[in-house]
Ligand binder design. Structure first.
Ligand SMILES: [Mg+2]
Ligand SMILES: [Zn+2]
Length: 171
């Protein structure tokens, strides 16, 4: 049985310190490496699903963005695929969360059934994208997560390792 666990990047794998493309400012979530290792141990495909609207701005530091993604993998373990929405917030694209386009892309790339996929994120847009794509949404709240988002999430976990454990029970 093929399974996949998808993670939001900013506010989930790393602390959300906008603009999040400066390697020296990256702070990994303490449970990120453990979560990736656990998902790997259970032979899940691992993807990152991230809105990066600043890419649509000409001044965006693409090199810095890639460096951050490389650093994340060096520190927490390898990611099988990155799914990024590079469009502006008002672009009305199909991929920007809460729309499900990136999750659909991951399902196709990993060739998995949506029933065997979980998306772990820190805000309501992650959970909504998961629901619209028919995959399990798991919220790991941080200081910026709204209470209404916590109430609406199907599963709430206190850290990323717990989130992966919960995912493995259901997918
Ligand atoms: Mg986030
Ligand atoms: Zn997009």
């Amino acid at each position: 049985m093929k399974r996949a666990i998808l993670f939001d990047r900013d506010g989930t794998l790393i602390e959300d310190n906008p603009p999040n493309n400066d390697v020296s400012a990256v702070a990994l979530m303490p449970s990120a490496a453990g979560a990736i290792a656990l998902a790997r141990e259970w032979e899940c495909r691992i993807g990152v699903i991230s809105n990066q609207p600043a890419i649509a701005v000409e001044s965006f530091d693409m090199a810095g963005f890639r460096e951050v993604n490389t650093l994340i993998q060096q520190r927490i373990g390898s990611i099988d695929a990155w799914f990024i929405c590079p469009h502006a917030e008002n672009a009305d694209c199909e991929c920007r969360k809460p729309r499900p386009g990136l999750v659909h892309s991951a399902i196709r790339r990993f060739d998995v059934s949506p029933a065997h996929v979980a998306l772990v994120g820190d805000i309501g847009a992650d959970i909504e994208a998961a629901a619209r794509a028919g995959v399990l949404g798991i919220l790991v709240p941080n200081a910026k997560t709204r209470e209404s988002e916590v109430r609406r999430a199907p599963i709430v976990a206190s850290d990323l390792v717990s989130a992966v454990r919960r995912a493995l029970e259901f997918i």
